[in-house]
Write a protein that binds this ligand. Sequence first.
Ligand code: GRF
Length: 215
Amino acid sequence: MSRCRAAILISGSGSNLQAFIDQVAEGRLDLDIAIVLSNHPDAFGLQRAHNASISTVCIQHADYADRESFDRAMAASLDEHKIDLLILAGFMRILSPWFVRHYEGRILNIHPALLPAYPGLNTHQRVLDAGDQWHGSSVHFVTEELDGGPLVMQGRLPVTPGQSAADLAARVQAVEHQIYPKAAALYANGSLVFRSGRAWLDDEELTQAMQLTFS
Ligand code: GRF
């Protein structure tokens, strides 16, 4: 099997992208980051990619009339790079059904909550407001349902009473930097696949996410 060629899609800081860059550089993650794509020219993640000599492309959604034409422009660029896996890492655009079908089973996302709890935005504050004892992050395959595709891996951590949303977000991000490359590695080595709308690990259906607990 040839080495998995990944595209990482970002909109902002790219701390998850950095975790991938570091793990690949250290030989702990066996995939190639073929391209980093941003929809914002000033996303700091683009600088991270430049520093690591990774090709980048910026396609600004504001330049396109509608969601699908933006997505088709992204796909035209990604397809030039013969991508096996799309890694959404803080990419803040909803993908069109056309795009999701074009890359069916080849898109992973990370969401900062223990899905199916708290899809959408502002997850950390919502967890604090609800008084939950546990929080975390979820890696899932992307389907047309927003934050609703089959779960792959979750990192859980206990909520510290009295903690601010910003501090909680920082702890969740540290968890993300560990679980996201692990999940991508399983895809890259062929263990993790998407089939019939579900996630499979070594030919067993993943009926629930792999769980890792952090302190
Ligand atoms: C992460 O917390 C991820 O869960 C969410 O967007 C954030 C991206 O952060 N989807 P970064 O740009 O990787 O630092």
